[in-house]
Write a protein that binds this ligand. Structure first.
Ligand code: NAG
Ligand code: NAG
Ligand code: NAG
Ligand code: NAG
Ligand code: NAG
Length: 669
């Protein structure tokens, strides 16, 4: 079989930033906090293809999916409010606001990509993006608007693709209403490459002095352990009276684009914006938006995310509400003191970090309060995070009522001084993905079968045996934990929601957004924007194929010059009568052929593009246990049709119908 060696794209997930808007903000450091796709939705305006993903502003898509590719895209992310850049009072003469914009950017490309097209720091009269502004237009203008004085736009471009009017494919420029820069500076002679083959972070300082009307741009390679100070000499220095070009009230932000063949990821990891603002007559105030950031970890993971952004209503839960709700929960597990958990986790020490779950960091801990010490996992929700509270409540209200041997058990909780923590049993064998993709000890066949049987059983419980139907919404290998005997325990109920026709709990409604992980997300979700039991079955199908084949569902396989997703590849082998060739080659011959075929066919059946054709959890459990025949799978993957017939719950379920597709993440290891 001639497919390519496991292609693993490594994108470095960086940054941890937190926005605080205050005139005298204390610098706040939030380890592992980031631009947060939940809490920062209202902090910025996003255009169709821009999003926050993996703690970074993604100007253009950082993944491909059914709705869009990486090519020919443009996007803008602008700070949510405008700034008054000069005084209308004549006595102030031509006073213009000074500002400093400091950001950390990463223009990432795979080494087989031609980088392009470019990225820009932008000041504009509004946050909308012109149509067709991909390619050379950098999300700034388009073929018909370029050069119009009515654009009221000034930008600093970081251009990675040469047009006939450009000096080269690696320069910065000052752009006034046009992508034809009024001044450019080639970076190559200065030893700077905007999008080198090895992902590189750059610190950029754009400073404007409103009295001298001088704009300066500085840039330095950013090394986490030794962050650069602003260089002495600017790369670009120009005199420009912004009042001549910009509207009095303007927005600050970023734009980026990709082209037909040239693609890159346009990411901003941190941003610190200081604008001197004219508010009322002669009353000049300094408004500071700080985005301080502190990075503690390097995650070499491919995180490609897709964000379809919709503004959400936020409600704030009062502390007393949270406590009240917690205490009223029947059969509520134990309440911990913050101090106990702090001690158990060595003061939430970095070395105790197990991972980063949906909405917080998970620490390992040891409770020493009893004679026998107990190992726990502590999930700490981000502080000062209103959305976090809702997520916490959702997770808590759902998971505390669930009891099943294949679900992670909630041991207790803590809510003190605004800190939210959930305590779980510690799972000594970590998550499935770590084993599956580890180079030394991959999972043996018995373990793989046992894990799939366990997950199927948990899924069946969630959908049928529990009094409300629960949709997990984020089934994937990294959310399946393993106990000491390699029994699967489904965890991370941060995205789960109960489907309840009568009662719409606050937490459930607030937890809007079909989230999930690309490759595991059912095709209909891109249309309906809602998760259903059938879409969880689809996710299970992806998991089956992943575990049997030892490959990520989002991965693209090349076979005879055609690109296949994992499911399409397995389907092709099935058609050719050699489905067993897809079994993880690292297993050698140490697997049971009939079982492997059965599981692969089950995986395909669950991946049926039409939701109503997927097997139900009861059948899945029976097929796995061998009490029901293996499903028959057609030789060609059926075509996905939309609209399709209604699914089991969609017609009656009004609770979920207003969910928006908010985020899909694809993670490869
Ligand atoms: C970029 O910054 C992130 C932290 O924000 C860090 O994890 C990563 O290693 C950096 N990349 C490089 C190439 O320095
Ligand atoms: C911008 O930074 C410079 C130092 O580099 C400082 O002197 C100036 O006051 C800052 N301006 C604003 C508006 O914060
Ligand atoms: C440029 O953008 C404007 C505003 O979105 C739009 O009306 C116009 O059709 C676009 N021009 C081209 C050539 O796409
Ligand atoms: C801005 O320019 C004015 C006038 O040229 C100068 O006096 C002032 O020091 C400058 N401010 C900064 C922060 O460089
Ligand atoms: C990108 O846009 C150009 C025209 O602007 C078009 O010729 C090309 O086919 C497009 N490429 C893709 C991959 O859509």
């Amino acid at each position: 079989m001639g497919f390519s060696k496991r292609s693993s794209i490594t994108y470095i997930v960086m940054s941890l930033a937190m926005i605080s808007v205050a005139s005298a903000a204390e610098p706040r450091h939030f380890p592992f906090s980031a631009f947060d796709e939940k809490t920062d939705q209202n902090t910025f305006h996003f255009t169709q293809y821009s999003s926050i993903d993996n703690g970074a502003l993604q100007l253009t898509p950082d993944t491909e999916n059914e709705d869009h590719s990486l090519t020919n895209k443009s996007g803008r992310i602008m700070y949510h409010r405008s700034f008054t850049l000069w005084s209308s009072d004549n006595e102030d003469g031509d006073g213009v606001a000074s500002f400093n914009s400091t950001f950390l950017m990463n223009i990432y490309r795979e080494n087989n990509w031609i980088g392009g097209e470019g990225f820009a720091f932008l000041i504009a009269s509004d946050w909308n993006i012109p149509d067709q502004s991909y390619g050379q237009w950098l999300g700034l203008t388009n073929a018909s608007t370029d050069g119009n004085i009515g654009n009221h736009m000034v930008a600093i471009e970081f251009d990675t693709r040469q047009q006939d009017f450009d000096p080269d494919d690696n320069h910065i420029g000052l752009n006034i209403n046009s992508v034809r820069s009024s001044k450019t500076v080639s970076l190559k002679p200065l030893g700077i490459e905007i999008s080198p083959e090895v992902g590189t972070n750059y610190s950029v300082w754009v400073q404007y002095n409103g009295s001298s009307k001088v704009i300066e741009v500085y840039m330095a390679k950013h090394i986490r352990t030794n962050p650069p100070a602003r260089p002495e000499t600017p790369l670009l220095r120009e005199t420009i009276n912004l009042k001549d070009y910009l509207k009095q009230d303007s927005y600050f932000g970023f734009s980026g684009s990709t082209g037909n063949t040239a693609i890159q990821l346009n990411c901003v990891l941190e941003w610190d914006l200081e604008v001197e603002e004219f508010k009322t007559r002669k009353d000049m105030t300094l408004l500071k938006i700080g985005v301080p950031a502190l990075a503690l970890s390097v995650l070499f993971v491919l995180w490609l995310g897709f964000g379809y952004v919709k503004k959400r209503k936020r409600t704030s839960l009062e502390e007393s509400d949270v406590l009240g709700t917690l205490k009223r929960l029947p059969g509520m597990p134990r309440e911990f003191k913050y101090k106990e958990l702090k001690e158990a986790t060595d003061n939430f020490h970095v070395s105790m970090i197990l991972g980063q779950g949906g909405f917080g960091i998970v620490y390992r801990g040891t409770l020493r309060d009893t004679k026998t010490s107990a190992e726990i996992a502590v999930k700490k929700f981000s502080r000062d995070n209103i959305k976090g509270k809702d997520d916490f409540m959702a997770e808590l209200t759902i998971i505390h009522r669930l009891r099943h041997k294949n679900l992670v058990r909630l041991v207790g909780w803590c809510y003190e001084k605004g800190e939210l923590l959930l305590v779980y049993d510690f799972m000594p064998n970590g998550s499935v993905d770590r084993h599956l993709f580890s180079n030394q000890n991959t999972l043996n066949w018995e373990h793989r079968c046992k894990i799939l049987a366990g997950v199927a059983s948990a899924l069946h419980y969630l959908q049928n045996e529990y009094d409300q139907k629960v949709v997990h919404r984020d089934l994937k290998a990294s959310n399946i934990l393993l106990d000491s005997e390699f029994n699967a325990r489904l965890g991370d109920f941060g995205l789960a929601r109960a489907l309840d026709q009568e009662r719409n709990s606050h937490a459930e409604l607030e937890l809007a957004g079909v989230a999930g992980t690309l490759g595991y997300v059912a095709p209909e979700c891109f249309h309906t924007r809602k998760a259903t039991p059938e879409s969880d079955v689809f996710g299970f199908g992806a998991l089956v194929l992943e575990i049997v084949c030892g490959r990520s569902p989002g991965i693209q396989l090349i076979h005879e010059q055609h690109q296949f997703s994992l499911v399409d590849w397995v389907w092709m082998l099935h058609r050719e009568g050699c489905i067993e060739e897809s079994v993880d080659e690292r297993l050698g011959s140490n697997y049971v052929l009939d079982e492997a075929k059965k599981l692969l066919l089950l995986g395909l059946a669950c991946s049926h593009p039409i939701a109503s054709e997927r097997p139900q959890t009861q059948a899945i459990c029976q097929i796995i246990s061998g009490t029901m025949a293996v499903p028959s799978v057609p030789p060609f993957k059926p075509v996905f049709t939309w609209p399709s017939m209604s699914t089991r719950y969609s017609s009656t379920d009004s609770t979920v119908s207003n969910i928006t597709l908010s985020r899909i993440t694809l993670s490869h290891l």
